[in-house]
Design a protein around this ligand. Structure first.
Ligand code: UDP
Ligand code: MG
Length: 318
C-alpha cells in the first residue's frame, strides 16, 4: 500500500487548530487504498498550540507532531517536514483551511497517474486589503521579470513524489523559497485551481515586514539581475556625465558658461542616491551570502515536546 505524509506547518494556531485539523482528517478518511499520516511541524508556537496538538494526538492515531525550539519560519518548518518524512509522497498544506482539504483526493488521483508534482494554484487571492493585493502582484511581477519564472498564483499547497522530496532535500541552501524551488527542479507537474477561502479562525502570522523580508530572500535567491542593473545604471550614468561634461567644456571655451548650481546639485543628488541604492542592493546579496556561508541548520527540533505514533518515524527522526 502506498503511503503519504501530509505536512502542516503551524505557528500560534492555538485558537484554531482544534477546529481545523479535524476537518482535514474528515477529508482524508474518505481516501481509500493509501496510508495517510499527518505530520504537524510546530514552528515554535508561544501559545497553547502544543497542548492542543497533544489532545488531538489522543484522538487521531495517524497524527504526529514535531516542535521547533523557537520560531524558525514557515520555510524551515516545511523543510523539516520534508526531511523527516519517509513516505512515497508528501502533501504540504497550511493548517488554516485556506488550502482546501477537499483537493487532496484530486491531487492523489493525479499523482497515481504518474505526475510528480501536483500544484494547487489560486484563481483568486481571497479577501485582503488593496495594499496587500498590490504588494502581492508587485512581488510576483518583479519575481517573474527578474528570475524568468512565472510563479504567479502559486501556493505552498503541493503534492510531491518521493523523488521530488529527495531532490529538494539534497539542495544545501539554508534560506529557501519552496514555492520557487519546486518548479525550478523541473519534475513533471499538474495544476489544480482553487479559490482561497477566508480564514475562519485565528489570524495570519505574516506581518508586512516579515513578508517584505521574505520577498527579498525569494528574489535574491533566484535572480542576480538586480546586481546587473547596477552595472547598467553605472554605464548609463557614465554616458550622461560624458554628454554633460562635453557641454560644460564647450560652454566654458565659448565663453557662455553660466553659474550652473542647479545642475551640480541635481547631479550630486542623483549620483549619490544611485550609489546608495547600488550599495544597498549589493548589501542584500552579501547578507544572503553571509547567511549561507555560516551553514547554520535552518531549524532545531525539541524532541521532548514532539510526539509521534509511527515507530518508523521515531527511528527516522532520532
Ligand atoms: N506559519 C508557520 N510559521 C510562521 C508563520 C506561519 O508555520 O512563522 C504557518 C501557519 O500556522 C499556517 C501557515 O503557515 O499554517 C500559513 O500561515 P498564514 O495563514 O498565517 O499565512 P497566509 O495564509 O496569510 O499566507
Ligand atoms: Mg492562511
Amino acid at each position: 500500500m502506498k503511503t503519504i505524509t501530509i505536512i502542516i506547518p503551524v505557528f500560534n494556531e492555538g485558537s484554531a487548530i482544534e477546529r481545523h485539523l479535524p476537518v482535514i482528517f474528515e477529508n482524508i478518511k474518505e481516501i481509500k487504498e493509501i496510508n495517510i499520516s499527518v505530520l504537524v511541524v510546530d514552528d515554535g508556537s508561544t501559545d497553547n498550540t502544543v497542548e492542543k496538538l497533544k489532545k488531538l494526538c489522543e484522538r487521531y492515531n495517524t497524527l504526529n507532531f514535531i516542535c521547533f525550539n523557537r520560531n524558525f519560519g514557515k520555510e524551515a518548518a516545511i523543510h523539516a517536514g520534508l526531511q523527516q518524512s519517509d513516505t512515497d509522497a508528501v502533501i504540504v498544506m497550511d493548517s488554516d483551511l485556506q488550502h482546501p482539504p477537499q483537493l487532496i483526493d484530486k491531487m492523489i488521483a493525479l499523482w497515481r497517474q504518474g505526475i510528480d508534482v501536483v500544484e494547487a494554484y489560486k484563481i483568486c487571492r481571497g479577501k485582503e486589503s488593496y495594499f496587500s493585493r498590490l504588494m502581492g502582484h508587485s512581488f510576483y511581477g518583479l519575481f517573474g521579470l527578474l528570475s524568468g519564472m512565472n510563479i504567479k498564483n502559486n501556493s505552498d499547497f503541493k503534492l510531491l513524489d518521493r523523488k521530488v522530496v529527495d531532490a529538494y532535500c539534497t539542495m544545501s541552501e539554508k534560506k529557501r523559497f519552496f514555492r520557487g524551488i519546486i518548479p525550478w527542479l523541473g519534475f513533471s507537474s499538474a495544476q489544480i485551481p482553487f479559490e482561497v477561502p477566508d480564514r475562519q479562525h485565528g489570524v495570519t502570522a505574516w506581518s508586512r515586514l516579515k513578508l517584505l523580508k521574505f520577498s527579498f530572500t525569494a528574489i535574491t535567491s533566484f535572480s542576480t539581475v538586480p546586481l546587473q542593473i547596477i552595472t547598467f545604471l553605472g554605464v548609463l550614468c557614465f554616458i550622461i556625465s560624458f554628454v554633460i561634461g562635453s557641454l560644460t567644456l564647450y560652454y566654458k571655451y565659448t565663453g557662455s558658461a553660466v553659474s550652473g548650481f542647479t545642475t551640480v546639485i541635481l547631479l550630486i543628488l542623483i549620483i549619490g542616491s544611485l550609489l546608495m541604492i547600488a550599495l544597498g542592493v549589493i548589501g542584500i546579496y552579501i547578507a544572503h551570502i553571509y547567511d549561507e556561508v555560516k551553514r547554520r541548520p535552518d531549524y532545531f527540533i525539541d524532541w521532548n515536546k514532539s510526539q509521534f505514533h509511527n515507530k518508523n518515524l521515531t527511528n527516522r527522526l532520532r
